[in-house]
Design a protein around this ligand. Structure first.
Ligand code: HEM
Length: 226
C-alpha cells in the first residue's frame, strides 16, 4: 500500500466519499435545465453510487480470500466505513426521492404499497445495519444477532439491487450491466465462502491448531463481520 492509500482510511475515507456523493448529486441537479428532471437524475445517480459502494462491501472478504492483495485487504479493513458511506449515499437517495415527490405530485400516487415493499425493506435494513455498526448498539444486540442481522441484511439488499435493476431491463438494455454485476458479485461471494471452508477443512487435516490461528488472523475480520 502506498502512503496516500494508507492515510485514506476510517472517517477520512467516509468523509471523502460522502463529499463526492453530495457533489455528484448537486452536479446532477445543476446540469439539468428542469429542477424536477434534475432531482430525478440525482435520484438515479445516488442509486448508482450506492450500488458501487455496496458491491465493494459485499465482495470485500471474498476478494481478500480469492485474490489477496493490498487493495483487497484494504477493502476488508475499511469495509465498515464503505458500508457507512453506502448508507449515507442511500440517505441522500431518500432525501432526493422526498424532494422529487414534493415537486412531482404524481410520483407517490402512481406507486402502490407493493411497489414500495422492496425499497422500504432495504431502508429498514440499511438503517439497522448502520446503527449497529457502532459499538454501543452492537453490544446491546449481541454478537450472534449482530451477525444474523448483517449477513441477512447484505443478502436482502443485494436482492433489492438485483430486483431494482432487473425490473428496469425492459426500459433500457443497459440495466443488464448492473444486473449482471450483482449476479457476478453473488457468485464471487459464494466462491469466497467455499474457498474459506475448503482451506479450513484442509487445515483440519494438516496442522489443526497452528493453521487455525493463522486462518483466524487472515479471515477473522471477514467471518466476524459478515
Ligand atoms: C421506498 C424506497 C425507495 C423509493 C421510493 C425509490 C425510488 C427510486 C426512484 C424514483 C428512482 C429513479 C427511477 C427512474 O428515474 O427511472 C430509483 C432508482 C433506483 N433505486 Fe431507488 N428507491 C427506493 C429505495 C431503494 C433501495 C433500498 C435500493 C437499493 C438497495 C434502490 C435502488 C435503486 C436502483 C438500483 C435504481 C436505478 C438507478 C438507475 O437508473 O441506474 N432504491 N429509486
Amino acid at each position: 500500500m502506498n502512503n496516500q492509500s494508507t492515510s485514506l482510511r476510517g472517517w477520512k475515507l467516509f468523509g471523502l466519499i460522502a463529499a463526492l456523493v453530495v457533489a455528484m448529486s448537486a452536479t446532477a441537479i445543476a446540469i439539468q435545465p428542469d429542477l424536477v428532471e434534475g432531482l430525478r437524475s440525482a435520484v438515479r445517480a445516488t442509486a448508482r453510487s450506492s450500488f458501487v459502494l455496496f458491491l465493494c462491501a459485499f465482495t470485500a472478504s471474498a476478494f481478500a480470500v480469492l485474490v489477496p492483495s493490498p487493495l483487497s485487504k484494504a477493502l476488508v479493513r475499511e469495509r465498515r466505513f464503505i458500508g457507512l458511506a453506502f448508507a449515507f449515499s442511500h440517505l441522500v437517495h431518500a432525501v432526493l426521492i422526498y424532494a422529487y415527490g414534493q415537486l412531482n405530485t404524481e410520483f407517490w400516487p402512481a406507486r402502490t404499497v407493493v411497489n414500495n415493499i422492496p425499497g422500504t425493506t432495504g431502508y429498514v435494513l440499511i438503517l439497522l445495519m448502520a446503527l449497529t455498526s457502532f459499538k454501543g448498539p452492537a453490544r446491546l444486540l449481541g454478537p450472534k444477532a449482530w451477525k444474523t442481522l448483517h449477513v441477512t441484511g447484505m443478502w436482502i439488499i443485494a436482492a433489492v439491487f438485483a430486483f431494482s435493476n432487473f425490473k428496469r431491463i425492459p426500459m433500457s438494455a443497459w440495466y443488464v450491466l448492473p444486473f449482471g454485476l450483482i449476479c457476478g458479485a453473488v457468485a464471487i461471494r459464494l466462491v469466497g465462502k467455499l474457498a474459506v471452508a475448503n482451506k479450513r477443512s484442509q487445515a483440519d487435516v494438516t496442522a489443526p491448531s497452528g493453521q487455525h490461528r493463522l486462518m483466524d488472523r487472515t479471515y477473522g475480520q471477514c467471518r466476524d463481520r459478515h
